[in-house]
Design a protein around this ligand. Sequence first.
Ligand SMILES: [Fe+2]
Length: 248
Amino acid sequence: MNKRPTQQIYSDYTAEDFRVWQTLYDRQMPHLREYACASYLRALDTVGFCAERIPDFRATQEILRPLTGWGIEVVPNISAARDFFGFLAARRFTATCWLRTMAQLDYIEEPDMFHDVFAHIPLISDPAYCRFLEGLGRLASAHCEHPDALELLGRFYWFTIEFGLIREQDVLKIYGAGIMSSSEETKHCMGSDCTRRDFDIEAIMATPYRNDIIQDTYFVIDSFEQLYESLAQVQLAIHNLQLTIYNG
Ligand SMILES: [Fe+2]
């Protein structure tokens, strides 16, 4: 694995980095203008992202702070679940600050900042979205010693924040970051070769996922408030799981 930076030094970005950011941005935006949820498109304006400029985290955090109180925690690679959820509970979203190369435009195994920042960070300016994220982080942090609970909460995160769809005035839109940063998945999730199900906590928790393929199932919410309100039921499901484990 390459050695990755642990802090953003803006002057270290190369001409190729700017070209990669711009190419991915310009390629994805026509799809997102059509398929991304209104909250994301609004949030993209709020954080001031554009094709010509790789986001400067310091400037982005200045924008986020008064809106939601959240910040960006720079990490070199994907974090362990307990660390990741711990940062969410502390209102910090973990993000890499490096970019794939031009040769890796279409596929990269580990998330780079086009995924972590372009796809995730705009919605960190949305208070309703952040309320859910913080609540999930707190819930997971309270169970970080229990691998089974973390597995279920990981599924919950996966099928919402990463691969969630949302209904806006009866029209299907994307809010999941794993879709936002993938041109292939953006088209796939709107097509007829996948299953779209209404948001269902039990079904989500019973659905294992793979992170190396295009998804075949997506869950559709009505609002970010619905996600937040579902946390009480998620907590109950985790509690019941632990009772089952303890009682054999
Ligand atoms: Fe992600």
